[in-house]
Design a protein around this ligand. Sequence first.
Ligand code: CA
Length: 349
Amino acid sequence: MKYRTLILSVLLAGTFLGICNGCSSDSSATFTPTDTAAEQYSKRANPIIRERFSSDPAALVHNERVWLYTGHDEASIYSNFFVMDDWQLYSSDDMVNWEHHGSPVSVETFNWAQSDAWASQAIKRNGRFYFYSTVRHATINGFAIGVAVADRPEGPFKDARGNALISNDMTQGPIVNGQEMDWDDIDPTIFIDKDEQAYLFWGNTVLYYAKLKNNMIELDGPIRTLDVPSFTEAPWIHQYGDTYYLSYAYEFPEKIAYATADQITGPYTFQGVINQPIPGSPTNHQSIIKYKDNWYFFYHNALLPSGGEFRRSVAVERMFYNEDGEIFPIKQARYGLDVEPPPGAILGN
Ligand code: CA
């Protein structure tokens, strides 16, 4: 923080004192109180969303833009649990300036849902956009996964089924305090493999997956499980080269770890932790994308003023691989994306 303050002070001082490269030497040159460098610096700082609390980022690349779906933390500073009724959408073509598109989908999109707009992910297929949501079911005990569809990433999204794609009673969760836990069916992530087969992964404590039919709204076969160490929640699949990367929230408070496999259904080999716990929030829920030849790691922290476990904020970092395809540990850089690649980082692919 001291470093950030120092840099801002230098930038601002440079402006007010008229010190800048390329400035006119004419001492009567018009002074403008706009400091582009400081503004740019500020925009690049984490968290990237600051006008409201946000969480559970899920990024999608479409038409040369990043479309960033987030949860919406509305809990007051006195709340002792999440208050989340809708998802918000942002987009950017430079990873610095984020345009807000409002809320394209909410709990109300799903008539059968009761509450809790938790983690989600959207994906594009056949010219349409499919949004997989976590919500609490109104009539079947526990959490559930719905799917909504739209013709544009901005929505509006409509419920694609009229009922849950996954409900708690479809899977056998672990027994906690003598009862089957009812939050094991959360955090959907979706991946379309090279043979065009779509897979849905989800879970808390247990990592489930299933194939989807081409219509993207029906299961195509049984629900199976995968075994990775200390799986908590927040699975995310991406591909780098020919290798499948499964990142997930590991232990609790959560770190983000990843495992790799030669095929999407595993078996996955544990590779290690890449993101450390976040101060003030036991969750940090990652989303990993490649955009314009760079890799990015979205997550949430609790660093806005009055932020906390139920008042989180989406942030983003550069992500780098070494020549063996291993991901370097993520630096939680408050100062933005202009980080030095670590020695040995592979750039441009
Ligand atoms: Ca279940």
